[in-house]
Design a protein around this ligand. Structure first.
Ligand code: F6P
Length: 336
């Protein structure tokens, strides 16, 4: 789509409200503030070494992972901007043990915001793409969002999900349940401009994304699946496959939504006790909904990701998402 009409993110939210009649003011505010936070995070990342924001923060997050300075900066920007309003009942972040109590908790139609403030943070110091992933859930009426259990809703309950990708350009990709739409930051005006509507993920693909160095730790169905892909034209799949791995979920999923493909972070024996590598609430659920909204599928191999009833805020799950025919094949192998 041409950018000639310059539909800004704010215009688009109001147009969506008119078109679907189901976009409460607090949800619009949640999304506008999230977009502004992403713009500021992108600006900090863009300054890089000039602003002294690269490198380790010298702390660990709830997952026991070393935090980068930008993990902390991005988390603080989101918390700070959202704390000023009453559109949220609470926030939860991949970087924090417990939910964040919003100083002026919202009214009955407030929302819960969950985020991975800086996804793919090992890419920061090599100037490769990183992102912010977010998920919005309804807040149960009268809830106390300091209680983590109010966040434990399945991905199918999301009312908005998306990510910002900080790459050669900064883009915001979002779904409100009516397709997936892409906005690109105009660095001169500071506005996010609608650049693509209704992103579509083809049912078939010849490209897959997986960290191949974990091959020896995978379970049998994934071993079989990848062996078949690698066998190419003369193997059971009768076509050659290409492989890509950016090591930032945002960038790998963005490639799927841009030109198709399949992404896997399966369970492996190194992390079996944790349940997987990727986090259900901050990564798997928002990405699964985006992929489904673009015509793809998202599964653990055994179950649709959006149907999982969460048991913990920081729960991890195996993730397989993308082209419909590939996820169908993966679930067939897992049930064989
Ligand atoms: O959040 C975890 C994450 O950084 C994802 O963005 C990415 O897909 C994955 O880890 C990369 O994992 P690995 O380090 O195994 O390549």
């Amino acid at each position: 789509m041409s950018t000639a009409h310059h539909i800004t993110f704010t215009d688009w939210l109001h147009d969506s409200q008119r078109a679907h009649g189901t976009l409460p003011a607090n949800l619009i505010q949640t999304l506008m503030v999230t977009a502004e936070a992403c713009r500021r995070i992108g600006a900090a990342i863009g300054q890089g070494a000039l602003a002294g924001v690269l490198g380790a923060a010298g702390s660990e997050n709830v997952q026991g992972e070393d935090q980068k300075k930008l993990d902390v900066i991005a988390n603080d920007i989101l918390l700070q901007l959202h704390s000023d309003g009453s559109h949220l009942a609470g926030m939860a972040s991949e970087e924090m043990d417990d939910p964040f109590p919003v100083p002026h908790p919202g009214s009955s139609d407030a929302y819960l915001l969950l985020f991975d403030p800086l996804d793919g943070s090992s890419n920061i110091d090599i100037n490769a793409p990183v992102g912010t992933i977010f998920s919005v859930l309804p807040a149960p009426a009268g809830c106390d969002a300091r209680d983590a259990s109010v966040f434990l809703q399945p991905g199918s309950a999301q009312v908005a999900a998306g990510y910002a990708i900080y790459g050669p350009s900064t883009q915001l990709i979002i779904t409100l349940g009516h397709g997936v739409h892409a906005f690109t930051l105009d660095r001169y005006s500071g506005e996010l401009i609608l650049t693509q509507e209704h992103l579509a993920l083809p049912a078939q693909t010849q490209e897959f994304a997986i960290n191949m160095s974990n091959q020896r730790f995978w379970e049998a169905p994934v071993q079989t699946y990848v062996t078949d892909l690698l066998a190419g034209k003369t193997g059971p799949r009768a076509k050659d496959f290409n492989m890509r791995w950016v090591a930032a979920m945002v960038a790998d999923v963005h490639r799927l939504l841009s030109r198709g493909g399949v992404f896997l972070y399966p369970l492996d024996s190194k992390m079996a006790s944790k349940g997987g590598k990727l986090r259900l609430m901050y990564e798997a659920n928002p990405m699964a909904w985006l992929v489904e909204q673009a015509g793809g599928q998202a599964s653990t191999g055994h179950q649709r990701i959006l149907d999982i009833m969460p048991t913990g805020l920081h729960q991890r799950v195996p993730v397989m998402l993308g082209a419909r025919d590939e996820i169908t094949e993966l679930t067939r192998l897992h049930s064989a």
